[in-house]
Structures are given as C-alpha cells and as structure tokens.
Design a protein around this ligand. Structure first.
Ligand code: 5AD
Length: 366
C-alpha cells in the first residue's frame, strides 16, 4: 500500500483524530481550511441527490433499507420522473447530480439505469453545460462490464463506500456473501475504466479506533480516490436495529462524540489528501442541525441537497433521524445554499465541479 507523505504520518493523524491537535479542534479546522483554499478553493459544489429506488439485494446489518426489512415501503421512480428531476436540477443551477439507489444486478435494473443516464444527458445539454449535467452514480457493486456500460451511457463519477478499510470490521457489519475483497476490486475496476471514484467510511462503528480511521485515510490514498464521503454511524430502524443489538453493533459513543470524530476525520483527510472533493454529508446533519456547516468548516467542499420527490423520502431512511424527510427539492436547494453562505463560502452553479485531483492525475499513472 502506498504511504502518505511524512507531513501527515499515521501517528500524527491518529493524534488529531483523538483530539490532540495543538490549539484544539478550531485550530485543526483552520489548518484544514487553509489547505482547502490552496488546493481546491473556497467554492462549494452542489450535486442534486436523487434517491431513485430503495429496492436492494444487500443486507448490510446497519442499513434501514436492507433486503430483510420487510417493513420498508419499496419504490422505484420511472425514467420520466428521473428526467423531470434532472431538469429541475438544471433549472436550479446545479451542474451535477448524484443518482443513488439500493443495489440490484438484474438485467431489467441495469437497462433501467443505462436508459436513465442516456435520457438525463440528452435532456440537459445546454449552452452552459454542453455535455449535460455531470452525473455521479451510486448503485452499489456491479461487474466490470456493467460499470463500463454505465460509463458509456454518461456517468463519469461513481460513489462506492468501503464503509471501513478493516476487513475484520467489514465482515462483522455485513453478511458473509458481501465480501470486502470484491468491494476493493470494484473500486479498482471503476478507477481503471476512467471514472472519478468516490469512497468513504462510517465513523463510530464499535471496534473502530483512531488507528483504524487513519488506515481508512491510507486506503483512500492507496486506491487513488478522487472524492470522499464520510459520516457518523447512526442507529437505524426495523430489522437493522434488531441486528445491531444482536451483534453488538450499536453505534459507539454519544451523538456529539461521533460528530466530533467525524469532523476531525474530515479535516485529517483534507490535510492528508489536499486536492480531493470531500462531501459535507447528510448524516452529519442527522446528529446536529448545523452538522453540514461544520463539515464545510472542517474542509469539506461538496454538498448534496436532496432532490428526491417528497413522497418518496420517508421510504429512503437509511438511518434514524435522517433530515429533510418533510422537505421538497426547492426547500432543500435554497436551504443548502444558505448553509454554505452562512459559513462564508461561495456556491458554484452550472459547473460539474470535478476535484482537481481527478483532473490532474493522468489516467496512465493510475
Ligand atoms: N449509519 C450511517 N450511515 C449509514 N449508511 C447506511 N446505513 C447507515 C447507518 N446506519 C450509509 C452507508 C452507505 C450510504 C449510502 O449510507 O455508508 O454507503
């Protein structure tokens, strides 16, 4: 595994995550912001986040939409509905969308995703965006051929969290058929195909400590990630609550502690990997009303206002207390922009907002 630069050696990063940054967390945040300003600039990039289906073949023990949750009200939007949301994103000035769902691998689903990508691209080409909206896809582990298909259809970024880079911890969180090595292989496939690749972890999993979190950062570096999305690990409803209890997987530490560690992790990641895009995730806001602003203050530079139709939001509850369930897309768009302005950051409109890391690194070097 490639190592990080000596400026951010593992011991130093671990001490920061444990709260030992000299001058405290405010000074750590200021350091991360200095690096951010220098490497990626002050702007916050917006991606409209559309959760288009909660049907899922996976059974992650911690997830509210796991396949064994019979109480989840399953839904899938139509291609027309997806296209309509894409046009709304365009009208809101978002240069990019993130399109997320549960994981399925049946041909009907793959065709549906492919078709949706083609439709979004065709519908959103305009003077400001000659190649249409930038599309980040987030539909789980797929075969290399499928990833290639989706790339051809117009997705140029892909999010696939490793959830934890510790294989033992990964095994405790997932059924045996969901394999750590396959997740890593998928990330490598995505990179080789030419996607800008995003990954990330949950923070506050029982058994996870600062050493493990530093290994997560080293993992991001080793797979040459372009984008990082991380958030606190949160209790979930239904069968996930039962599994968490049964397997000793209830979130560790208070909500405040998990939020604090998550913010330190964002800052440490920004300092260790200066030119990547880092999201201020919705999960931060589940633990504090101003969690996403705090994420920006600790070095994040991407926000993903939810644009899922209001009627479907309740059914996409990955964890308890997910915010914005009662809001609609307009409310989320203006609220997110206000949050960025509140911490003094400009918002970019009508641009894809790719990470400098993705643009700088020649593909041959991967
Ligand atoms: N707590 C925090 N994050 C969760 N996710 C799913 N369930 C939970 C939970 N209980 C996150 C996972 C997944 C992303 C879509 O949502 O990291 O990759």
């Amino acid at each position: 595994m490639r190592k990080l630069s000596s400026a951010t050696d593992p011991g130093t990063l671990a001490s920061w995550i444990d709260g030992g940054y000299e001058g405290g967390d405010r000074a750590l945040a200021a350091h991360a912001r200095r690096v951010m300003l220098e490497e990626v600039g002050p702007s916050v990039h917006m991606r409209g986040l559309l959760e288009f289906s909660n049907e899922c073949r996976c059974d992650c023990f911690y997830c509210g939409i796991r396949s064994s949750n019979g109480r989840a009200n399953r839904f899938s939007l139509s291609v027309d509905e997806i296209e309509r949301v894409a046009l709304d994103c365009l009208a809101s000035g978002f240069g990019s969308m993130t399109i997320q769902s549960g994981e399925r691998r049946d041909e009907a689903f793959l065709e549906f995703v492919e078709h949706s990508l083609v439709r979004i691209k065709a519908a959103t080409r305009c003077a400001d965006l000659p190649d249409g909206l930038g599309i980040t896809l987030c539909v789980g582990e797929q075969s290399r051929e499928t990833f290639e298909r989706f790339f051809e259809a117009g997705a140029h970024r892909y999010l696939l969290r490793i959830e934890t880079s510790d294989p033992g911890l990964f095994r405790r969180l997932h059924p045996a058929r969901q394999r750590f090595d396959r997740r890593v292989r998928a990330l490598q496939d995505l990179k080789e195909i030419g996607y800008q690749v995003g990954t990330g972890v949950m923070i506050g999993i029982p058994g996870q400590d600062s050493t493990s979190l530093v290994r997560d950062i080293e993992f991001f570096h080793a797979i040459d990630a372009d984008m990082i999305g991380m958030g606190p690990y949160i209790a979930a409803d239904g069968t996930a609550a039962v599994e968490m209890e049964r397997r000793g997987l209830r979130p560790e530490g208070s909500a405040r502690e998990r939020l604090t560690i998550s913010l330190r992790m964002i800052a440490a990641t920004r300092i260790a990997l200066p030119d990547v895009n880092i999201a201020a995730t919705t999960a931060l806001q589940a633990l504090s009303p101003t969690g996403r602003e705090a994420g920006l203050a600790f070095g994040a530079n991407v926000m993903m206002p939810i644009v899922t139709p209001q009627t479907n939001r309740q059914a996409y509850q990955l964890y308890d207390g997910k915010p914005c369930i009662d809001e609609d897309a307009d409310a989320c768009s203006s609220c997110t922009a206000r949050r960025a302005a509140f911490v003094g950051r400009p918002v970019t409109y009508n641009q894809w907002g790719d990470a400098p890391h993705a643009i700088r690194v020649p593909k041959e070097a991967v």
